[in-house]
Each structure stands twice: as structure tokens, then as C-alpha cells.
Design a protein around this ligand. Sequence first.
Ligand code: CTP
Length: 480
Amino acid sequence: MRLLITAGPTREPIDPVRFLSNRSSGRMGYALAEAAHIAGHEVLLISGPVTIPAPSGVQLISVETAREMFDAVRTHLPGCHAAIFSAAVADYRPAQVIAQKIKKSADTLTLQLERTDDILGSVRSQFAFTGFLVGFAAETENLIAHAQDKLQRKGCDLIIANDVSQSGIGFDSLENEVTLCLPGGQTMPLPRQSKTSLAHELIQFISSSLPFVASAKNGHPASSIKPPVNELLATATEAAHAAGKMIKEHFGSDLTVNEMQRHDIKLELDVRSQQLITDMILARFPDHAILGEEGGETGGNGDVEWIVDPIDGTVNYFFSIPHFCVSIAARKRESKELLIGVIFDPMQNETWTVIRGEKAQLNGKPIAVSDRAAMSEAVVTVGFSKSKEALDLGFERYKRIAYEVRKTRMLGSAALAMAYIATGRLDAYVEEQISLWDIAAGQLMVEMGGGKVTLKPSTTKPGTMFICASNGKLPIEEYL
Ligand code: CTP
């Protein structure tokens, strides 16, 4: 993605040798620029005067005044997918810049100041930016209330709030301690840490929020892309069938475990299945990128990114419970627009396919979400995620939902839950922590069938998302 970051202080001239400024070192913004570059993003850093060097690989535009920063942002914002405003922009500047150095004479000197432009505040209203918008709020009192107010006023998707009354964090310090404020009043405190490690966590959080911005909600067909979407779908289906066949062959046998976590299991077969899918896709489209659950990004810099879950429902698979699948989606690299999706359940021999703009199909026949609009009629599946905080949130939600609905189910595969909603077998699915590969293909299937998918960054784990997917008729949101 292309990312714009503002950083550092601004300097507002008083006369040729004096200026008004602040103690911002620029470290937070520079650390964010570096972390974003390392994460593979294209970064444009618009910076006021600082003494630290620009991170390598980042495009730097140096400015002095708030007005110059405003102009640079206005010029460079179009085409960016996200913008982070970390600069400590002067709120006031001298109303007049004196042409000659002011000589000392009287005992007092009065400077008249005027307001500068609010750059972040202009992004939605004046520059009509529609990407992911992040601001900082440095406060000395009522941190969360002020930050939430800023979030709303400036149309941000995220405000990073820090209490600058505490010593050792924030301005001119090496460390920072922030709380993330999200729309809808959600907050997520992050531990005190170096600005470098915080920057990595923030970039991961922002990038994981982005893929979901470009949802298929309006259902319009995929804008032109090469190769044609049906070629993408054919390759995805072939790869899902090959991987599904392989994992089915090993079902019920002794399995090699790569990692046993408290609430999760990673199998060697996950890695092999992903490798098989990756090889099949790259053999056809060598310049496409592959984002897989097992092992990050591989492939080239082409227009298309593939999102692969080689076994969704690994814990079921490990315990010989025959409910798991392979999930593959492709999306446009730039816009993150989902193009196609395939989910294959090798045990039931069920293949779901979807192309953006068309109805999803199950084994070649069109499917649709259910019509059930009353909670008392609904069958809802709730996923229980892996951290204590997420479990606790899940329990609360489960209680609220379970009292209302006909039945609840816990099935163990997010991708199949989505496919089941697209097919009208289930009416809704709620989970606190999911990743892109769990739900990318299913999201397109649900949305193309008239259902609704709401995704928000999870407040319990950076890099994961909260999901509520439904048939679009159930008032499930009221019970979350
Ligand atoms: N900001 C900006 N342009 C300005 C002032 C602030 O882009 N002229 C951005 C900052 O980079 C930061 C956010 O706005 O991301 C909040 O800055 P802050 O000074 O805390 O907020 P203000 O809206 O100026 O609010 P207040 O002075 O009332 O706290």
C-alpha cells in the first residue's frame, strides 16, 4: 500500500532569524515510516525540521511551516491508501513575519498570532480523502474523551492517544505509551515501549485494518484486471482441490506437529498444503503475490494478491473431526478489491466458488443467504478466539446471543462458517479475532449473496479483526 506520514514539528517564522516551534523530535513519525517500509509499503514522509536522518527507502519531503506541510499533503495525498498524521503542527503562527531582524528596544514585546490550517482536519472535508486515516492526540487531561472527540471531528479511522503529562513518553522521548481509539468508542491500550517497537505494532494494526476497507458491499463487478477473473477462479479451484485431496489422504493418520500452542496447533501438513497451492498459482501467474497463513508473503509484484488458508480448522483436522477446508481468495493488490474466492471441504466434497459481481455457487449451483430475520428463528455460530481477553468478550456476546436465538453452534472453521451463511445453512457468525486468510473468500461469498460482513480491528490483539457476518436481515449487531 501507499502510505503518507507527517512527522516532526513545524517552524513558524517571526523574523529572518527567529521562529515559533515545539519540542517534537519526529522520532515517532520516522519510526512509523521505517516500520512501514520494512513491512513492504511505499512510504512518503512529509517532515518538519528534525535532526534525525530519514529512514532509507522512504521518500522524504522536507517542509518548514504548517502552510508548507498543508500544501505538501494536499499535493501528495491522492493515490495513498492510508495517511498517518504524527506531526506536531503549530496551531498558531505570527500574524506578520517581520522582514528584518527585530531589534531589542522596549521591555516587552507583543506578538500577534493567527491560526494555522488544521491539516488533519482538512483531509476529509477539503481533500475528500477516502483512505484509512490516522491521527495522534497528545493530551494532558481527559485523554480518551479528547481523543474520541478528535476522531469524530476529523473523520479518522483511528486516533493514537498519548498522555504527554507523563514523563519519559511522547514528545522528545525514546519511548511512548498510547491508547488506540476506534470508531464506536472502542479503546485498546498498548504497553509502554520504545517508539521503534510501537511503530511496528501500529503499522501491523493499520495494515491489517486496510484489506477490509475495500469490501464488496456494493456488489459491483470486478473492474478490469488481467488475467480475466475466470482464469483466476479456475486456478484457485484446481489448487484447492489438489490441496484438499492431499489433506484428506492424511486425515486420521499420525500427524507431525510443528507448534503446539495453548489454544492452537500448527501442523507440518499446513505448510505442505500451502506450498502446493503456492506452486500451482505461481506456475500459472509467476508475478502474483501469495499471502498465506503459513509463512507471510511470497511471489512477485504483480497486480494480484492471493490469500491462502491451506487448512482452515486445523484443530478439528488434528482431532479427526471431519470439518475443515481449504480457502483461497484473490484480490487486487492496489485497491484490495476481492476478485474471486474458493472454499473446498474435501470431506463433504463441497466446493464453493464466487466471482465478484456474481452470485456464489456450491458445486456449480447458485446459492443465497437465508431469509430468517427474527433472532428466535436463527442459527448462529460463535467463534472463540485464543486470548483470555478475547475469550471473555466472546463469553459475554455468546450469552447475549444464546438467550435469543433458536440454536448456537461452535464449528471450528471460520471459512466454512462463512460458506454456510452464504448457503443459508447458518444465519450469522461472530468472532473476536480472525485473520485475513480465515475469511477473505467467505466474505466475498456472503456479500455477493446479499449478506453483510462487518469487520473492525480487534481491540484484543493487534493485526487481527473482529467479524460479524450475517444474512443481512438478522438484527445481530444489537447483541454484540
Ligand atoms: N494536526 C494537523 N494540523 C494541525 C494541527 C494538528 O494535522 N494544524 C494533526 C496532528 O498531526 C495530530 C492531530 O492533528 O495527528 C491532533 O493534533 P492536536 O494538536 O492534538 O489536535 P487539535 O485538533 O489541534 O486539538 P487541540 O489543540 O484542541 O487539542
